[in-house]
Design a protein around this ligand. Sequence first.
Ligand code: SUG
Length: 448
Amino acid sequence: MKSFEVNFDGLVGPTHNYGGLSFGNVASQSNSQQASNPKEAALQGLEKMKALMDMGFVQGVLAPQERPDVAALRSLGFSGTDGQVIERAAKEAMPLLVASCSASSMWVANAATVSPSADTADGRVHFTAANLNCKYHRSIEHPTTSRVLGAMFADQQHFAHHAALPAVAQFGDEGAANHTRFCREYGEAGVEFFVFGRSAFDSRYPAPQKYPARQTLEASQAVARLHGLSEEGVVFAQQNPSVIDQGVFHNDVIAVGNGELLFHHQDAFLNTEQMLAELHGKLAARGANFQSISVPRDQVAVEDAVRSYLFNSQLLSRADGSMLLIVPEECRANPRVWQYLQGLTAAGGPIREVKVFDLKQSMQNGGGPACLRLRVALNETELAAVNPGVIMTAPLYDTLTQWVSKHYRDALRESDLADPQLLLECRTALDELTQILKLGSVYPFQIN
Ligand code: SUG
């Protein structure tokens, strides 16, 4: 049976703004308070989806969330009509209004961890929504994420959904951003690679000093258990705490993997040799020939990786077996990174081509090509069971670009977030979107 890796990209929501909300994420902090352009952000994302579809990849789309999140503000004690809730939050606690307006659900690599059916005990595709416990503005995503994923992957014969882990820092879970799956073919059993930043219960593991480690070992282990993964099918590894302190807030800022290949920075992990040997051995037992490409720090410093998002790239397998790397424009702008990439594709290794995309609006909040997509490996039968409304087609692309052009603003500043009109605009747009994507009622304003 044929199998695919389907990339579901997050559609940027109409409140995309630079709130400076993510301590430890250099881009989010340094672009705080700049005016954003939600329309351009959404169109840039759609452009990437269309390009991948045109190249022959199966591409999907994941809906944004309802923002401003009035229900979240109510739970923090703001009351009155929806308009009054926003007005009071703006007056009394602007940072909370900003957090409740973040369009951060666009970075769907953080929406959930996904295990393909070939790896799980019950032969279903398993999803665990990420609790995103490290940041308030992200911690409010998972209830809607679960409803949207449920509407996309509704068939219980093929898809199993788990609620987010307990909402405490000890189980901090950032989803697929810290999870990679290696395999020979997408439909065959593979090895799932979980990367954590610290242990919450075992003080023998080191931890970063300056910035938070968002993912814990215990969260990764819980997800592996929930998904029914076997001991032979998992590897746990620790992120190097010193790179977290240099702004690598997720592992997908310093490493990316696909098929039999791990592409990573030399300083990405602790105990690298041991971890690579474990991956090699476990994949060999599954008939796969694991390889890794380590990018040396004297060619690309961690700082260059963080600024350019070289590793927040999409590594895609083409029909001829070679791989394509989708990188953001910032890689071309960095001479050391660009030179490295020229050498990489000329070397005759597995990565043969690099394609560059302009994702500046998302990049300025620390979200590159890989953050914007959730990978779901599916076989033909499972793909046929996915809600067809969320699979990208040329007509859907046209409809979504028109929808964005009709509803989105082209400039948004902090002061605009208190505008009661913005709430109405967003709800009107999202109500229409659930019809376009055939999701049913998934947003709080539709179900309460
Ligand atoms: O969680 N930025 C996101 C970026 C997530 C990137 N995802 C991956 N690496 N997979 C975050 O830090 C910034 C929002 C603001 O500041 O307005 C933000 O949430």
